[in-house]
Design a protein around this ligand. Structure first.
Ligand code: DAH
Length: 344
């Protein structure tokens, strides 16, 4: 077949070529535009043409090449626009969203944050102390004399070979650190982790969390303590919450008391957790013993103060009706997930 005839035929093919899929587009490219396509072939056949015809033929093949390239360009843009709009119509806005996999704030952290918020509103700041303590801050300054039986109230982890170093058994140690370094008026809250040498069970753990409260100023009275605790109980457990203070003993407070909230006796569970009384103990408290103030270089003739301490796990258990303490440390996501949307 003569080159001129081929030219006509290829032009016809280019004009008639239908592109409906990506594959068709690729076929068009390899047939006409690519380096092994029919047009490229024509250029190599040009050598065989009579020399006087070559110039004209060359121009004609070039023209054909441009036609093929233009059609390819047009088809490519047209095709891209088409696939984009097709993709858009394939979006289904009625599908449920893909669930997010964000973690949750641990219930103990949530409760701690809530306790801090409640006390911040009445002027308490937050202070922290070390988890590894010395005997002075954990015991002696708090009026636990050496070898005094009151030290047995808390089963202590000691560092081997150095009985002066302990894992703190309570956050009351932070009271001492704050009073040693700050001048009254002091209003501070000390949340933190504490350690006791106890077997782990549903009701006890060797690691748990406490919040210590401390208020030292002129003329601080037992009435201030009671009002502060009542305010806290209502904010934490509801406006109708009733409290009572039962006399108790702690070496660092005098008088000392235990704070109970009225839980009620409506259900069998209420009876069980309150041991049939309706009341639940949530904190220890009292007026700071003058010896403790003196140990921290605060003049007990000028200043008085109150302190309280409560367990965060205990409050979280009451608030969310959790019956086993071990849930807090086992990191079972089925347990933790339940707290994802709680705002307390
Ligand atoms: N530290 C005590 C404990 O761990 C709790 C406590 C009781 C703290 C009375 C106080 C307080 O500040 O005044 O059992």
């Amino acid at each position: 077949m003569k080159i001129t005839e081929k030219l006509g035929e290829i032009l016809h093919e280019i004009e008639e070529f239908k592109v409906e899929t990506k594959d068709h587009l690729e076929q068009f490219r390899t047939s006409f535009v690519g380096r092994k396509g029919t047009i490229a072939q024509l250029f190599s056949e040009l050598k065989e043409a009579a020399p006087e015809d070559r110039k004209l033929l060359g121009q004609q093949i070039n023209k054909l090449k441009n036609t093929a390239q233009n059609k390819f360009r047009e088809l490519t843009t047209e095709f891209e626009a088409k696939t984009e709009s097709e993709a858009a119509t394939q979006l289904d806005f009625t599908l449920p969203p893909i669930p997010d996999t964000l973690g949750t704030v641990h219930p103990i952290t949530q409760v701690r944050q809530r306790i801090v918020q409640i006390f911040e509103r009445i002027g308490f700041n937050v202070s922290e102390g070390p988890e590894i303590e010395d005997d002075w801050h954990n015991f002696s300054a708090l009026n636990f004399p050496p070898n005094h039986p009151a030290r047995d109230m808390q089963d202590t982890f000691f560092i081997e070979k150095n009985p002066d170093i302990t894992l703190r058994t309570h956050t009351s140690s932070v009271q001492v650190r704050v009073m040693e370094t700050e001048k009254p008026p002091i209003r501070t809250l000390s949340p933190g982790r504490v350690f006791r040498n106890e077997a782990i069970s549903a009701r006890a753990h060797c690691i748990f969390h406490q919040v210590e409260g401390l208020y030292v100023d002129k003329n601080v009275s037992f009435k201030d303590l009671k009002e502060t605790l009542l305010y806290f109980a209502k904010e934490m457990f509801g406006k109708e919450t009733k409290i009572r203070l039962r006399p108790s003993y702690f070496p660092f407070t005098e008088p000392s008391a235990e704070l109970d909230i009225y839980w009620g006796l409506k259900t069998e569970a209420d009876k069980r957790i309150t041991k049939g009384t309706g009341w639940l103990e949530i904190a220890g408290c009292g007026m700071i013993d003058p010896n403790v103030l003196e140990n921290c270089n605060i003049d007990p003739e000028t200043y008085t103060g109150f302190a309280f301490g409560m367990g965060i796990e205990r409050i979280a258990m009451l608030k969310y009706q959790i019956t086993d303490l071990r849930n807090f440390t086992e990191n079972d996501v089925r347990f933790l997930r339940q707290f994802s949307s709680i705002s307390i």
